[in-house]
Design a protein around this ligand. Structure first.
Ligand SMILES: [Zn+2]
Length: 290
């Protein structure tokens, strides 16, 4: 599932290749991908010019300007398997391509492809877009240490769930949450409010370090993720615990374990990430890897 580093990589691609271009045609091949009415979506996009691109957490938006009109925002949620690519108009259409946005000149188009169809495209006003941004915690890469520690204060439940819920900080998903907790030597079931000040600061630094490294390597392609040129990310080989159940910990050689927290897999080293006395509840993990 695309997380902050993958979405940032798509953003950088769009900034480089897709700004200042006028949209001449929009085709929706699967209306279920559009939040709201598909005809209305098309009408609001056609004739607009791409003026900027923004990201907070995993939310990505293209700002679309026009002559003497308020800008609108094309919000792209990649869901589990969403791909945004810039392609020649004549390139063969791959299965599961749901939306085509053709630029002036008729040579290139943005395509949105999504096998699992959990992604969504939405056209929003500035007010709607700002309300969406406000509903998210500070971006995990840009949060200050004070914001990060402040958001942890008083939070019970598992720290892993807190990292995933997008309200404390936004941008982390299962991959980078597991990697950051390993980096900081914190058990995924620890409770944010009970983590020591030293460990909390270590987690803050670990989140930034892991994200920065992953952005530098254009993200992780576990399943479907690719950048706008169709290239996979290069962080997969750098993962230390995510999906490494049974493999030796790179620090201490203990086998990596997997538990299920709120329905999601968590991978950790039982020796480097000691289970604290007080933890959030859990249940035994089934043997299956996921
Ligand atoms: Zn270890």
């Amino acid at each position: 599932m695309p997380e902050l580093p993958e979405v940032e990589t798509v953003l950088r691609g769009l900034r480089k290749r897709a700004l200042g271009r006028r949209i001449v045609a929009v085709e929706v091949l699967h209306a279920g991908i559009i939040a709201g009415d598909a005809d209305d979506f098309i009408a609001r996009l056609e004739g607009r010019r791409t003026a900027g691109v923004q990201r907070k957490g995993k939310v990505l938006a293209l700002e679309l300007g026009g002559v003497a009109v308020e800008p609108v925002y094309l919000i792209l949620r990649l869901g589990m398997t969403g791909q945004v690519t810039l392609q020649p108009v004549e390139a063969p259409l791959e299965p599961h391509t749901h939306v085509r946005i053709v630029f002036e000149g008729g040579k290139e188009e943005l395509r949105f492809r999504d096998v699992r169809r959990f992604g969504r495209l939405r056209c929003s006003t500035r007010e709607e877009f700002e309300a969406l941004l406000k509903s998210l915690g500070p971006d995990a890469q840009q949060a200050t240490e004070a914001e990060f520690l402040g958001a942890m204060r008083g939070r019970r439940g598992a720290i892993k769930s807190w990292l995933l819920n997008q309200q404390g900080v936004s941008g982390l998903g299962n991959i980078y949450a597991d990697e950051a907790l390993f980096e900081a030597c914190i058990h995924p079931l620890a409770q944010p409010e009970r983590v020591s000040a030293g460990s909390a600061r270590r987690l803050y630094r670990a989140v930034r370090k892991v994200l920065k490294h992953a952005v530098n390597l254009q993200g992780t392609s576990f399943r479907d993720y690719i950048d706008i040129e169709g290239r996979p990310g290069n962080f997969l080989q750098r993962l230390k615990v995510y999906q490494k159940t049974g493999e030796p910990c790179p620090r201490c050689q203990s086998p990596i374990r997997r538990i299920v927290i709120a329905g999601r897999s968590s991978h950790f080293c039982p020796r480097c990430q000691r289970r604290p006395r007080h933890t959030a509840g859990t249940r035994r993990s089934p043997g299956r890897r996921s």
